[in-house]
Write a protein that binds this ligand. Structure first.
Ligand code: ADP
Length: 262
């Protein structure tokens, strides 16, 4: 008889809630959402950690202004996470040079994630936000097997081509018993400077209908704004650099929705 793999789950001492942020596809704004959600939770006075589990394209060091930095290891061989903008941060990107590729096989992924979860001195955290790689591969499965994940957020863009893959990610979380908190629709619209009305940047697909049918919460819509990307490149997420803007307010709303679940 095969053993239930989720029996090996164990909480991480000191961490109250673990939230994973996933997507069906790359490039839809999953990492942008992760960093801004972390910043918005911190702005609410909560203790927050951010783990970059996007092992194939770790972008959190850049987005959090921590490129070429390396975490220290203490005498107990525990990794001390970097702290940026008041958030504890760990990423594979701290262990490899930016731009170099890492070829990961299943057991290596398993080991690296284990280290990130268990050998990092996270301390007391209200929330650990985990930025997953896109898709439905080994990483989300491994994380769900190792630690009790409180909830998942799926990021997608409005068009059907993105929805098809987002559905697969939602289905995966369902199968591995991770509660889906809801969906973030990124790049939902774009208002060019001086324009009175927003433009539909991508064709509206069936996302809204699907979410209503499935009784899944659309947590927020984030407009497209080049400033979001510029702030990420500069290492200060938009929630920190322009907290009064529409996009920052959307992310603050996301933090509120997350908190209202727990
Ligand atoms: P993913 O993690 O899904 O691969 P990223 O968060 O890295 O996606 O975003 C992909 C690109 O799109 C980045 O250059 C990012 O700055 C940009 N981006 C994401 N969301 C927005 C937005 N709302 N407005 C403008 N640019 C955005």
């Amino acid at each position: 008889m095969s053993q239930n793999p989720f029996l090996s789950q164990a909480p991480i001492e000191g961490i109250k809630q673990i939230i994973v942020v996933g997507s069906g596809k790359g490039g839809v704004g999953k990492s942008t959402t992760s960093v801004n959600l972390a910043c918005a939770l911190k702005q609410k006075g909560l203790k927050v950690g951010l783990l970059d589990a996007d092992i194939y394209g770790p972008s959190l060091p850049r987005m959090m202004g921590a490129i070429n930095q390396h975490p220290q290891v203490d005498e107990e061989k525990k990794i001390i996470p970097l702290v940026r903008l008041g958030i504890k941060l760990m990423s594979l990107g701290f262990l490899v040079e930016e731009g170099s590729s890492v070829v990961w096989r299943g057991p290596m992924i398993f080991k690296a994630l284990d280290q990130f979860l268990r050998d990092v001195k996270w301390g007391e955290l209200d929330y650990l936000i985990i930025d997953l790689p896109p898709g439905t591969g080994d990483v989300p499965l491994t994380i769900a097997q190792k630690v009790p994940v409180s909830g998942a957020i799926i990021v997608t863009t409005p068009q059907n081509i993105s929805l098809v893959d987002a559905k697969k990610a939602m289905d995966m979380f369902n199968q591995i018993n991770v509660p889906l908190l809801g969906v973030v629709e990124n790049m939902s619209s774009f208002t060019p400077p001086g324009a009175a009305e927003p433009l539909q940047l991508f064709p509206k697909g069936d996302l809204d209908k699907f979410l209503v049918d499935q009784k899944i919460l659309k947590m927020i819509e984030i407009p497209f704004n080049p400033a979001v990307g510029l702030c990420s490149e500069a290492g200060i997420p938009i929630v920190e650099s322009n907290p009064e803007g529409l996009e920052a307010k959307a992310f603050t709303g996301l933090a509120e929705k997350v908190c209202s679940h727990f």
